[in-house]
Each structure stands twice: as structure tokens, then as C-alpha cells.
Design a binder for this molecule. Structure first.
Ligand code: FES
Ligand code: FE2
Length: 388
């Protein structure tokens, strides 16, 4: 029987403590005036192409939680960024983001959306063999490729990075992963690395990808749209937040409870405050007291379509026999109800409305100020001056 390795104690970061203390003081974080956003940002296909090229073609983007590939020599196919990818963890534990296309004649190598053991990846067509780091290990009848240098025929490799217990990829030249450092320090403090994947599901949403992000950038809708699911947990709650570079961080809780906890004790903080991270450009992490949901929002080819992958993470050392019914209830509540039916449903209805073309701009109130910050950043990335 092997001994459990003691896990390092997790402590909240200074920023997380500051937010918990702001909650305890009853401070809110909101804007001061009305903003207007043009509806063209959700309907203009040319603008959408620019976002795909200049944001999703360049910036680091979240792919999957590390917990999806928990062991060395594993691989999983990933297609929702409209690129055929295979994400691997090699024998040394390092992650790689590779093209899912054989260097011989281009065949799709891994067709499984579930993680599979992958000490070697063998092409199903002529059996070229790749190592889990994407290097070509061998090919049958190499004599039929006279002069071929194997080192020149590894799988195409994209930039990969693992931090905050998330695997990130980037598809442009010289991506700057350091923009994730402060965020990842927070995510590591949350202990996602000690969690295991409970379930994942990809939602196809009839809305622009930013419509879905918008739903996680404002608290205005929570007590109304979510009245049948989670609104009761947030009744009378205070929402506070701040920015971390391009990312935003929110904490929602009840002042009277927050004022009673020891903010240096992580578990106590998480019992009274729900932290949500808007990971720029397209991730959302919602941290509940004993589980977490990572949502990755991926733009479709059409401006008014996207996919959202929801990963639910649960404590890795908890007994599934004891906790599974509770997790299943939480999964249904959030994945089917709060996210699927309510947030994504509202995004699709809002998209249908703006697609109708009646309104050319939308109003953003002070409780929705996170949206304005987000859209200003999007504009900056694609070189557009004003957010209106
Ligand atoms: S296409 Fe992969 S081995 Fe031929
Ligand atoms: Fe919501």
C-alpha cells in the first residue's frame, strides 16, 4: 500500500484575502454610469473573423483542466477551437499541444474525445508511430522513404503551457504566457490541482461567444434569471471584485457571514464567498465551497454560434460512493439549469434579439460594468478604438 503524499497547505493569495475583507465590510464593485455597446459586435461576421485571428489566433487560451490528463502518457483529441488538436502529457509529465494530423499523409491520429493512454500514438493508416511528445519514433518499411530524416517529421507543435492547474495553448508566434502568472497564482491557491474531473459536457449555443462571457461579467441577472436555481443562495449577497491584468475576479457572499470568518483560513473563506474568475479572453471559473466549474467558451465559424465546454471538478480525495449523489445534484443544477438553460438560454435569446436588427446598441448599467471592461479589452486586441 503506498503512502499518501502530504499536500502543501493552501492559503488564499493577498488578492483573495482583500476581496473577502471587502465583502465583510459590505463593499461592492460597480460602475458609475450607463455605457452603450453596439450590437454589431455580436452580429458582424467581419469583426468576428478579426477576433478569431487577432485574439484566438494569438493569445493564450484555456484548453482543458489539468485533471483531464492526470497521468503521464495520456492524450485527448480537441477540436472546438476549429483546429484539429491532440493534447498530450508525455512520459515526464510535460504537456504538449499538437496537430492531430499525421506527418505522412495527414490522417487524424486520435479520434477519441475521452482521454486515452498514449505512450505511443500510432497512425491508424500506415502505422507511423509517435511518442507522447509528438516526436516521430518510427515507421514501417522506412526503406521505402529513402533519405527521410525522422526528426523532420514530428507532429506540428503549438505553444503549450500548464499553470493554475489548467492546460493552455496558443497558436501564434511568441505567445506571452506571463500574462497568466498572477491569475495562476490565485488558481493554484484554490487547489484545483487536488481535484479530479467529475463530468464534462460541451454545449452548442446559438449565440456569439461574447454573449456567453457577458453572462458571467455581471451580477445584475442573478436574482432574476436564476430564480429557479441558484438565486436563493445569493439573496441579499454583496458582490465585489477587481481586475488582475486582463482578467477579472469577483467574490459574492453575505456580509454578515463574511465578517465572522478568519480570512487567512481558506476553507472558511470559501464557505462564505463564491469566487468567480473571468479569464480573458474566454474562460470562466466558478468556485463553490466544495467543487468548481471551469467553462471554456469557443467561438464558432459563424458570428452567432459558439460552444461552451463545462468541466466540473470535485475533491480528488473524497469518497465517490459517499459524495456522488451530492455532486450529481450539483452537476444537474448548474450544467443543465443555471448554465445550460438559464445563462446560455438567455445568451441565445439576446442573440436572437440583436440578430433581428431592431436595436443598434445595448445599454449597460452600473451592475454590468464588468462587461464594459471586457469589451474595451476586446476592442484593444483587434485594434478598434471605441467600445460603442
Ligand atoms: S497517413 Fe499516417 S501513417 Fe500514413
Ligand atoms: Fe448567470
Amino acid at each position: 500500500m503506498c503512502m499518501a503524499v502530504p499536500k502543501p497547505a493552501r492559503h488564499p493569495t493577498e488578492g483573495q484575502v482583500a476581496l473577502a475583507e471587502a465583502l465583510a465590510r459590505g463593499e461592492t464593485w460597480q460602475g458609475e454610469e450607463i455605457h452603450r455597446l453596439s450590437t454589431a459586435r455580436y452580429t458582424d461576421q467581419a469583426r468576428h473573423e478579426l477576433e478569431r485571428e487577432l485574439i484566438f489566433g494569438k493569445r493564450p487560451v484555456p484548453l482543458i483542466p489539468s485533471a483531464l490528463l492526470p497521468h503521464p502518457d495520456m492524450a485527448v483529441a480537441h477540436d472546438d477551437y476549429r483546429r484539429p488538436l491532440v493534447i498530450t502529457r508525455d512520459s515526464e509529465g510535460e504537456v504538449h499541444v499538437l496537430a492531430n494530423s499525421c506527418a505522412h499523409r495527414g490522417t487524424r491520429l486520435v479520434d477519441e474525445r475521452r482521454p486515452i493512454p498514449a505512450r505511443k500514438i500510432v497512425c491508424p493508416y500506415h502505422a507511423w508511430v509517435y511518442r507522447s511528445d509528438g516526436s516521430l519514433a518510427g515507421l514501417p518499411r522506412q526503406d521505402s522513404f529513402p533519405g527521410l530524416c525522422k526528426d523532420d517529421h514530428n507532429l506540428v507543435r503549438y505553444a503549450a503551457h500548464e499553470c493554475g492547474d489548467i492546460i493552455w495553448g496558443a497558436f501564434g508566434k511568441d505567445p506571452d504566457f506571463s500574462r497568466l502568472d498572477a491569475l495562476c497564482e490565485d488558481l493554484e491557491a484554490l487547489g484545483l490541482g487536488d481535484m479530479a474531473l467529475y463530468k464534462r459536457r460541451t454545449h452548442r449555443v446559438k449565440a456569439n461567444w461574447k454573449m456567453v462571457m457577458d453572462a458571467f461579467l455581471e451580477s445584475y441577472h442573478v436574482k432574476r434569471l436564476h430564480q429557479d436555481t441558484i438565486a436563493e443562495y445569493f439573496a441579499d449577497a454583496v458582490a465585489t471584485g477587481d481586475v488582475m491584468g486582463d482578467h477579472q475576479r469577483f467574490a459574492v457572499g453575505r456580509t454578515e457571514y463574511a465578517a465572522q470568518v478568519d480570512t487567512s483560513d481558506w476553507q472558511q473563506v470559501r464557505e462564505v464567498a463564491t469566487f468567480t474568475y473571468q479569464i480573458f479572453p474566454n474562460g470562466v471559473l466558478v468556485v463553490s465551497p466544495d467543487y468548481a466549474n471551469l467553462l471554456v467558451v469557443m467561438p464558432g465559424r459563424k458570428v452567432n454560434r459558439c460552444r461552451v465546454e463545462n468541466f466540473m471538478l470535485v475533491p480528488g480525495d473524497a469518497d465517490p460512493g459517499e459524495f456522488a449523489p451530492r455532486w450529481e445534484k450539483s452537476w444537474r443544477l448548474l450544467d443543465e439549469g443555471t448554465f445550460g438553460k438559464e445563462d446560455f438560454g438567455a445568451a441565445a435569446l439576446c442573440q436572437a434579439g440583436v440578430d433581428g436588427g431592431v436595436q443598434t446598441e445595448m445599454l449597460v448599467g452600473t451592475l454590468e460594468a464588468g462587461m464594459t471592461r471586457f469589451h474595451d479589452l476586446i476592442d484593444r486586441e483587434i485594434g478598434i478604438q471605441a467600445s460603442e
